[in-house]
Design a protein around this ligand. Structure first.
Ligand code: NDP
Ligand code: 8X3
Length: 249
């Protein structure tokens, strides 16, 4: 039975990944800060299939303590899903909060890189699949997307660079780049504004965490000679709005 490590499995896409992988016969190392949500996953999916690891991805010491003591049945990692991440704020750069920018960079970039670096020897040994959650925001700029988009562009380019470096190792690397997925993402982005989150998704028929999880599972389950480099997906309701022009006078 193969094992996947999913960061950010307490909610949204990561939680759906935990369910999808277990349904497909995998074991899951599920990480996140909210212990009670991980315990609920263990309860739902079984302690033999889900191993909870409670840590903040930015806290390398806590992360190492959790991952250096994995139980034997979960010690060989066949897939890493770097999913934990967030956007904070929708303000224009000139109005944005610097602390929020740093939190996004620390979580979406620094922690992702650090975890990947830590696990690389093990991932190479197991010829693993690495699936990184980027975003359409990596490619298409929008007002207020500034640093969030920048972090996701980093994730995309880092994924492609990893592919290059890992040539010949059998490790596969994929950048998944979703558009609008209804999760707690907007609740987090707006500082807990449920009405704003509901309004964004209302009538838009957005993608679900399960939609993305099925895609991640598909990528991870492909025959070992196939690599999906990048995969961009959107709900049908979402598309492109073109350029803006600031006119004089
Ligand atoms: P959610 O807010 O529902 O889930 C985010 C997950 O990340 C939670 O499990 C959260 O766990 C975890 N997380 C955040 N910060 C930390 C931290 N410091 N330490 C540990 N875990 C952390 O959002 P989504 O499921 O939508 O987001 C998952 C990924 O998908 C993100 O990288 C996001 O950028 C990306 N994405 C989302 C899209 C969307 O429209 N929803 C579209 C494109 C990409 P906890 O709080 O318990 O620690
Ligand atoms: C999340 C998608 O369009 O809100 O990565 O930036 S978007």
């Amino acid at each position: 039975m193969k094992t996947v490590l999913v960061t950010g499995a307490t909610s949204g896409i990561g939680e759906a990944c935990a369910r999808a992988f277990v349904r497909a016969g995998w074991k899951v190392i599920a990480t996140g800060r909210r212990a009670e949500r991980l315990e609920a996953l263990v309860e739902e999916l079984g302690a033999d299939r889900v191993h909870p690891c409670v840590f903040d991805v930015r806290d390398e010491a806590a992360r190492d303590a959790a991952l250096d003591s994995l139980p034997e049945g979960f010690a060989k990692i066949d897939c890493l899903v770097n999913n934990a991440g967030l956007a904070l704020g929708t303000e224009k750069a000139q109005d944005a909060d610097l602390a929020s920018w740093k939190t996004m960079i620390d979580t979406n970039v620094t922690a992702l890189v650090s975890l990947t670096h830590k696990l690389l020897p093990a991932l190479i040994a197991s010829k693993a699949a690495v699936v990184n959650l980027s975003s359409v925001a990596a490619t298409y700029p929008y007002t207020g997307g500034n640093v969030y988009g920048g972090t996701k562009a980093f994730v995309r380019q880092f994924s492609l660079g990893l592919r290059s470096d890992l040539s010949g190792t059998g490790v596969r690397v994929t950048s998944i780049e979703p558009g609008m997925v209804e999760t707690e993402f907007t609740l987090v982005r707006t500082g807990g504004n449920q009405a704003a989150s509901d309004q964004l998704y209302a009538g838009a028929n957005p993608m679900t965490g399960a939609d993305i999880a099925e895609t991640v599972l598909w990528v991870a389950s492909l025959p070992p000679h196939l690599n999906i480099n990048t995969l961009e997906l959107m709900p049908v309701s979402q598309s492109f709005a073109g350029f803006q022009v600031a006119r004089e006078g």
